[in-house]
Design a protein around this ligand. Structure first.
Ligand SMILES: [Zn+2]
Length: 75
C-alpha cells in the first residue's frame, strides 16, 4: 500500500507514485498561481524550487538548468 505524500505546492495528499505526475499536471506547466505571492518569501520559494527540481526526471533537470542558465531577454 502506497503511503500518502503531501504535495508541498498545494498541500494535498497523494500516493507517492501519483505525486510527481500530480505536480507536473497541476503545478508543472504554470506558475503556482493559486498561492498568494505575498506569502512566499525568497527562502520558501527557493526551497520549493529545489524540492520540485529534485522530483524531476534527469532529462527535465537538464532542461530546467538550460533554461535557467540561458541568457535573459531572448524571446
Ligand atoms: Zn499539488
Amino acid at each position: 500500500m502506497a503511503e500518502p505524500v503531501r504535495c508541498d505546492v498545494c498541500g494535498g495528499l497523494f500516493s507517492s507514485s501519483h505525486l510527481s505526475s500530480h505536480k507536473r499536471l497541476s503545478h508543472g506547466g504554470k506558475t503556482t498561481g493559486h498561492i498568494p505571492k505575498s506569502h512566499i518569501n525568497d527562502q520558501d520559494a527557493m526551497r520549493r524550487i529545489v524540492d520540485l527540481f529534485d522530483g524531476l526526471a534527469e532529462e527535465s533537470k537538464k532542461n530546467v538548468l538550460d533554461r535557467l542558465t540561458a541568457p535573459r531577454g531572448t524571446p
